[in-house]
Design a protein around this ligand. Sequence first.
Ligand code: PEP
Ligand code: CO
Length: 461
Amino acid sequence: MDRLEEAMTGSEQAPWWPGLWRSLDSLQQPDWTGPELSRIVRLLAALPPLVAPADVSTLRHQLREVQAGRAFVLQGGDCAEHLGRRAVLDAQAKYRLLGRMAATISERTGLPVVTIGRLAGQFAKPRSRPVEEVGGRLLPAFQGLLVNGPEATDAARAPRPGRLVEAYATARDVLELLARLAGPGSTRASAVPVNNWLGARGWSADPVPLSAEGAAYGRTSRVRDQWIHRGLWASHEALILDYEEPLARRDPETGEWYLSSAHLPWVGYRSNHPNGGHVRFLAELSNPVAVKVGPDTDPADLIQLCHRLDPKRTPGRLTLVSRQGAALLRSRLPRLVAAVRDAGHPVIWMCDPMHGNTVRTASGLKTRHYDDIAAELSGFFEVLTGMGQLPGGVHLELAADDVTECVGGGGPQLADLPTAYRTLCDPRLNDVQAVALTELTADLLRTPGAGRMPVLTAAAR
Ligand code: PEP
Ligand code: CO
């Protein structure tokens, strides 16, 4: 029996608890053990959950619709968020842009769009190398503001556990802002979009009557203020497990464990081993979860990963985010899709056309070319539909600002990059590029074979 066949036969789930990752190989963790860290982890465990189990379950329900081909996912935001007030302002801009993008896709295709921000927790970065050279000096790599600072000094690059509490407070503020933006009586009559899921299911600038589910949800929200959500779901890479573990909580109603730091946590490409600490940590949490898969992901590992994260094969539970790079997509993605299809796992396939297409300019800036991004997205649709599978969504890094970080697509050219290069980590699409990619996504969804047109609305026709 080869490894792929062996993986297809499945494996027993071992006993689980939130601290299990500590005894496993957990990559990318900061070097910061000590009494201060222990004190902070205990403090986080005593703070209120950030998201409510009822909301996690609503998102699970929405993702089941996506898996069935009756909805599409738009996920986007910064590569790495700021901490503090800046993060809240950034989140407001993302809310507006993602809302406009979702509305365009919805109007052009007739499909409801589940809209998910990379925010309220996207503070940590996996790094390919633990050190980096800045101005001829070797420094510990910047791991995101959850861990250390970006400034090129040894002091800034030292990991500081106190950042975990600042991150928690920022995430809470961002979630509160999103709730205010989307909540009843907020700015619903203005240009701020309202995700009226299960009503007309889209984003709209007009006041929209709440559906029964929305109204019920609104009632819950008013009682438990910090749990309000409507409009934009929160997602981030669950990378730093000293932050995530104390935010794993039991749902008081069902007794099930869920992760209260995000509605949708994901595992990154560099930490997606089926036996690694990250995958095992998410295995028994009731949230929907996503995993990045790329050109070096082994089909046998991927099937094991599906067994670990979705042993009961629950539609909507597991999303696989493909990030191959335009050049490798056609040679690498089909065998992954075939393995999952043949194993019968009901995953959602999403496309991240950003992370496989990062290049460096002669002066050392990281950038991405719009044409590569567009080529990967188009190729993804072609591969999936050619194999009888549904393209379920798109995952983007975007600034919701007039930055000059990616090249082309009606945006900056190479020489313009230094003008407004502001990212804390990877290069993001600016507004013009994000809108161009939205139009492309809508066009791709409308091509015959994208296979998911239910009943087209008048506007979509
Ligand atoms: C990211 O999403 O910012 C990231 C690091 O992605 P990946 O794990 O796909 O490299
Ligand atoms: Co990134």
